[in-house]
Every structure is written in structure tokens, then in C-alpha cells.
Design a protein around this ligand. Sequence first.
Ligand SMILES: Nc1nc2c(ncn2[C@@H]2O[C@H](COP(=O)(O)OP(=O)(O)O)[C@@H](O)[C@H]2O)c(=O)[nH]1
Ligand SMILES: [Mg+2]
Length: 210
Amino acid sequence: MMNSTVTKRGLMIIKTAELETVAGVTTKGLPQTGRPEFAFAGRSNVGKSSLINSIAKRKALARTSGTPGKTQTMNFYNINNELTLVDLPGYGYAKVDQDFKKKWGRMIERYLTGSKTLKGIILLVDIRHKPTADDIDMYEWIRSMGFTCAVVATKLDKLKRSEVKKALALITETLGLKEEDMLIPFSASNGAGRDEVCEFIDNTLMEEGS
Ligand SMILES: Nc1nc2c(ncn2[C@@H]2O[C@H](COP(=O)(O)OP(=O)(O)O)[C@@H](O)[C@H]2O)c(=O)[nH]1
Ligand SMILES: [Mg+2]
């Protein structure tokens, strides 16, 4: 099952990948790429930019950082002129002031509710930690909006093999994942789970008939 649709259909064979648009809290209007979009949401430092680099097979397309709260913009990546990956600013960063948090919330919501081409949302959680109240809010919001969602559990390489099952069960239980929800363990260090994320994107597009 793994990898079949991805390679057969060829969509996720990366030919080109580039940063196309950067939108901040003061940016008016949203970029209209016309291409199907997938947004990556999650806490600051969870690994959103690293996952985008892994999907795009580029080392430094999206800037990664050990310092939380670095990316406060929405970055739109054009993949193959076929698809747009949207790196959302991370939430749950304590040092960001309340005023920014409000603006941030409005910006994200404006995008997530306003985009006509957004096909799916990928929610990232750190496999080592119990999802936070913010993660639960985000997940419930995604579901309530009726979006197709996959949950990616990042930093798989940081757990011992014997710890993985329990960690995934805690995420499933805390978020209240349903049978039909996808939970994909992923490591940016060794690429584990990368193809499953691509497959989720590909399947979502196929179901949409795009
Ligand atoms: N070991 C390990 N480190 C990771 C992984 N994903 C991200 N990181 C590290 O975690 C930090 C934050 O990653 P980044 O992609 O910038 O997170 P973002 O803030 O959500 O975009 C960086 O130092 C990354 O190198 C992973 O799967 N395994
Ligand atoms: Mg980032």
C-alpha cells in the first residue's frame, strides 16, 4: 500500500519547489495561487518547516530553527506548479504578546476560512509529548470546519522503538482521533513517514478529482 499512489500518479515526484509568497499579519488579502493548497499547523518548533523540506526533498527550502517563535508569517511554497504547501506560523509560543496572538489568530482564521483552494490541513504534534490544549482546539476546529485532516507525530527518531505505540495511543486519546483519522509517525531526520504524508496529499487530491 505504501507509496503506491504516490509513485503511480507521479504527483509527488518533486520537480520544482520554491517559496512563492510570504504573508504577514499586516498583509492585505490572500495570495490566490489557483493551485490546491495543504496547510501545516502546529506548535512552534514542532517541525512544520522540516516536514515541508522533507516532502519537497529540499534541505533548506523552508527555514528551520531551534528557536521557537521564529516564523510569524504564512509561507506559501509552490511545488511543481501543481500544489501549494502553506507553512503556518506556530502557535503556543509564550513570548509572543497578546496583541500579536490576536492578530495571528485572525490572520490564520482568515486564511483557513477564506481560501477556496485549501484541500486539507496537516496538524503536527511532537510524538514525545501529550498534545496541548492548543493542539486539541486546533484539531477540533479543523474537524468542525469539515476539513480533511491528517495528524503527523513528529520527531519519531527521538523515541525508542518500544515507546512508539504508547506515544501514539496517548495522541489518539488526547485528541480524540476517530477511526478514519490518519496518524502518521514521522521523522525529518531519517524520512520515516514522508511517503505516507505524500500519500495523504495525493489521495485527498484524487478524492477531490483535482
Ligand atoms: N530529531 C529531530 N529533530 C527535528 C525533527 N523535526 C524537526 N526537528 C528539529 O526541531 C527544530 C524545529 O523544527 P522546525 O521545522 O523549524 O519547526 P517549526 O517551528 O514547526 O517550523 C529544529 O531544530 C529541527 O531541526 C525530527 O523529525 N527529528
Ligand atoms: Mg517553521
